[in-house]
Design a protein around this ligand. Structure first.
Ligand code: NAD
Length: 304
């Protein structure tokens, strides 16, 4: 049987570390880290995500600042709010929940967030830092993937890693982090030929395609480590909605270790958001933005 990588347990232990850091900061007379969450409109899924993020802030002692705006908020007004938050010393992380309404240019809004407070790690400055291995804020889900891998792999050097999916929010940053950890990385996507053969050679498979049960047991070599990022909602035979990952979990028990869906990568994303917020708060209060100060950027040595 493959070892089950328990995302909930790893996320809980990261939360404990984050809370300890917050307590230490406050005890040292520093400001309590503050995370601003902007929600425009009344998209149901976004409301659920925002609620979860606010609740998670409470758990680790991060102050949450929630700004709910009507769906017809103008782009100009939204940008003005972001600029205000960029200048607010009590706010160390800014998260603008996507999707934004159609009349708003999402890229423009995300780029208007100060890179030092961009706790999602989507700003081009942070993307550039990540791809040049010079610190910056690492996007939450990819950071979570690396921490889960680190929980079962001691030495990444020279491992063959395959990343399925090349999106800016998951596939590409995961590939960069694996490269940083000295893996040999193959990034694959919907047009990749012979995906099964490529996977069969891999020591590490990170599946982030959103293609349910894509990775079959026969694609996985004995002893590989599998991280399943994919989440697809489907209707079960019992008429109840269920979540499917990108990996045929039951067929992959000859792997060394594997994440379940749900309960694998999912819980890590919010835990990493909070860890990023604390990191940003420390760097900002030390007078260095998290995006610019390599020394205070999230510690990447943990991946090596
Ligand atoms: P995306 O749609 O932006 O990108 C999907 C990528 O997968 C593309 O590069 C595409 O070419 C590739 N792909 C799609 N089908 C494929 C196939 N059959 N074979 C090979 N490659 C294929 O998606 P995304 O935003 O990167 O998200 C990917 C998955 O991860 C989704 O299921 C999403 O719900 C999930 N996700 C989970 C979390 C989490 O917290 N657990 C966070 C983000 C995304």
């Amino acid at each position: 049987m493959a070892e089950l990588i328990d995302g909930k347990a790893v996320a809980n232990s990261l939360d404990e570390k984050t809370k300890a850091q917050v307590d230490e900061m406050v005890a040292a007379g520093m400001q309590r880290p503050g995370l601003a969450v902007i929600l425009v409109g009344d998209d149901g899924a976004s409301q659920v995500y925002v609620r979860r993020k606010i609740k998670a802030c409470q758990k680790v002692g991060v102050t949450s600042i929630e700004r709910r705006l009507p769906a017809d908020t103008s782009q100009e007004d939204l940008l003005a709010i972001v600029h205000e938050m960029n200048a607010d010393p009590a706010i160390h992380g800014i998260l603008c929940q996507v999707p934004l309404p159609d009349h708003i240019d999402t890229r423009l809004v995300l780029r208007s967030i100060s890179p030092d407070k961009d706790v999602d790690g989507f700003h081009p400055v942070n993307v550039g830092r990540l791809s040049t291995g010079t610190g910056g804020i690492v996007p939450c889900t990819p950071l979570g993937v690396m921490i889960l891998l680190q929980s079962v792999i001691d030495d990444f050097k020279g491992k063959d890693a395959v990343v399925i999916g090349k999106s800016n929010i998951v596939g590409k940053p995961v590939a960069n982090l694996l490269l940083d950890a000295e893996c040999t990385v193959t990034v694959t996507h919907i047009y990749t030929a012979n995906l099964s053969e490529i996977c069969r050679k891999a020591d590490i498979i990170v599946a982030a395609a959103g293609a349910p049960q894509l990775v079959k047991g026969s694609w996985v070599k004995d002893g590989a480590v599998i991280i399943d990022v994919g989440i697809t909602r489907v209707m079960g035979d019992d008429g109840k909605e269920k979540l499917l990952g990108d990996v045929a979990f039951d067929e992959c028990q000859h792997a060394k270790a594997i994440t379940p869906v749900p309960g694998g990568v999912g819980p890590m994303t919010i835990a990493c958001l909070l860890a990023n917020t604390v990191q940003a708060a420390k760097a900002l209060q030390a007078g260095n933005g998290a995006a610019n100060d390599y020394a205070d950027a999230p510690d990447r040595s943990m991946f090596k």
